[in-house]
Ligand binder design. Structure first.
Ligand code: FMN
Length: 265
């Protein structure tokens, strides 16, 4: 029987009947398949940014990096590296960019201002940089806005040393590129960053972003250029996320506001 294009008062496959009196529609549309559950969902509660030093006695397997890359929605925009020379270049640029970033007084003071010191301050504002009570007990000196923003303080120097050490344990890196430096590329990269991080967790691996040489302000422009050259990414393409991957013991979740703070009910 040829397809009929006559309108019919009855619902037909692919059509919905909606009455003006009753806004609810009765659809007899194409049979919908049940949504497929993404196995990455299993790792959401286990995914945390890991800022500790990675265990260099347990290298990441190349096949693991490939599996992580393949988890992205756009794997062609995701790159990985384990070649030591390039990894050391990433470490070097990241460390120098950190110095430039924190050496610039406005950003240094902004970070110090937003760092929540102690568990009570973290609980009152659960987001952003923080120093827990446990970290305070181990601190090299007093931790306050003044010491965090003073490059000559013992605490500032201890933070710098600790940060440099963790960067040096990055022997496997992953970066996500957008074809252009635009909002769409930023969102797409963010979506894929979460996916690759979840896949890393599925393999028992940890990740930390290294955004120091990706900061979008004039004082960091030379570092941003150097990183793009080192990783072979030419304009208009732009690296949106870069991070290290490795093994380490588990860390807990970063402080965060409850979902209800973001989603109105
Ligand atoms: C665009 C972007 C860049 C980030 N860059 C860094 C970074 O360079 N270093 C870092 O330790 N955290 C960085 N973060 C923060 C953490 O990766 C993470 O999003 C945040 O601390 C929440 O913690 P969670 O990953 O444990 O949920 C960045 C976050 C975003 C959204």
């Amino acid at each position: 029987m040829p397809p009929s294009f006559h309108s019919s008062p009855k619902a037909s496959p692919g059509r919905c009947s909606t009455s003006v009196r009753s806004p609810s529609s009765r659809c007899a549309g194409p049979r919908r398949t049940a949504p497929k559950r993404d196995p990455l969902l299993d790792h959401i509660l286990d995914r945390h940014t890991n800022r500790t030093s990675f265990d260099l006695t347990r290298p990441v397997a190349p096949s693991q990096l490939e599996t992580i890359r393949a988890a992205a929605r756009n794997p062609d925009l995701v790159y990985v590296n384990q070649a030591l020379e390039r990894a050391e270049k990433v470490q070097d640029i990241t460390q120098r960019a950190w110095d430039a970033w924190i050496g610039y007084a406005p950003t240094r003071e902004e970070v110090a201002h937003w760092t929540h010191v102690g568990n009570a301050a973290i609980a009152a504002a659960p987001y952003g940089p923080y120093v827990s009570d446990a970290a305070l007990a181990r601190a090299a000196g007093s931790v306050s806005f003044e010491t965090l923003s003073d490059p000559s303080s013992a605490q500032f120097q201890a933070n710098r040393t600790a940060y440099r050490r963790t960067v040096e344990t990055g022997h496997a890196h992953l970066w996500i590129v957008s074809p252009a430096f635009d909002r769409k590329g930023m969102f797409e990269a963010g979506r894929d960053w979460v996916r690759v991080h979840l896949q890393a967790r599925a393999l028992g691996l940890d990740m930390q972003p290294h955004s120091e040489a990706l900061q979008d302000f004039q004082e960091l422009a030379a570092d941003v250029r150097e990183l793009h050259d080192a990783l072979g990414v030419a304009a208009p393409a732009r690296i949106q996320m870069l991070g290290r991957i490795g093994h380490r013991e588990r860390v807990g979740p970063s402080p965060r506001l409850p979902a209800s703070a973001h989603i109105g009910v």
